[in-house]
Design a protein around this ligand. Structure first.
Ligand code: CA
Length: 234
């Protein structure tokens, strides 16, 4: 990632938090546009389209989740929610509204930068439309979509069609958290979004086939109460 000139729209009403983010991001050559409420953010997002949005949820003139819905209606710009709300329901609401990721305050700069990197890379892949074609490599895990082949440390792993689709979906979104609902809708269809038990069973199967120690996964991470995230080592 080359951050020089990458424009970040920051929507945060808390002054110390805004200052911390501005300092951290400007030091890494990001262009940071600061807004403190939804009205300003709405104006800014159209006047100076950002490459990524960092969004607080509790804002003086409205809710970040509603703003996420609003932006998603016309833009795929990555949105990372930054919030003091640590509740699982809030994370799920934000992600289902179309946020790409979620950081609970307080968080470290390195964690934030890693999430920004993932979100920007994913946005770039979507734009280039290349993520369908290439072999995906995540540490020792290699997925070849042309051959529908999965290898772990060079050993072929035999997967059922659903296991394969599930793994491919997680791998394509490596580094991002996907909610149970998002995964169920993609793999099983819109009528299955409440079958979290089914998903859990398939995830356990996948871990048994891929993880050296399924009880302590290194690749297929659980986001407690929210969903799953494939580790990202890029
Ligand atoms: Ca706030």
């Amino acid at each position: 990632m080359n951050p020089i000139g990458t424009r970040i729209l920051l929507v945060e009403d808390e002054t110390p938090m805004r200052r911390f983010l501005r300092t951290a991001l400007s030091a890494r050559e990001f262009e940071v546009i600061e807004t403190t409420n939804i009205r300003e953010a709405r104006l800014s997002v159209t006047a100076h389209p950002p490459e990524i949005i960092l969004l607080d949820l509790g804002l003086p003139d409205g809710d970040g989740i509603a703003f996420t819905h609003e932006v998603r209606a016309w833009s795929q710009v990555p949105i990372i929610v930054l919030s003091a709300r640590g509740r699982e329901e809030d994370k799920v609401l934000a992600l289902d509204a179309g946020a790409d990721d979620y950081l609970t305050k307080p968080f470290g700069v390195n964690e934030l930068l890693a999430r920004i990197r993932v979100a920007l890379r994913h946005a770039g892949q979507l734009q280039a439309g290349m993520s369908h074609e290439t072999v995906l490599k995540i540490g020792p895990l290699h997925l070849n979509p042309e051959r529908r082949e999965v290898r772990m440390h060079d050993q072929i792993v035999a997967l059922t069609p659903i296991e394969y689709r599930l793994l491919w979906h997680l791998a394509r979104n490596a580094g991002r958290v996907l909610t149970h609902q998002q995964i169920l809708k993609t793999i099983w269809g819109p009528h299955y979004t409440h079958q979290t038990h089914t998903l859990r069973v398939f995830m356990a199967q996948l871990r048994r086939k891929i993880e050296p120690d399924p009880a302590h996964p290194q690749l297929l991470m659980t986001e407690m109460g929210v969903g799953y995230r494939m580790r990202d080592d890029g």
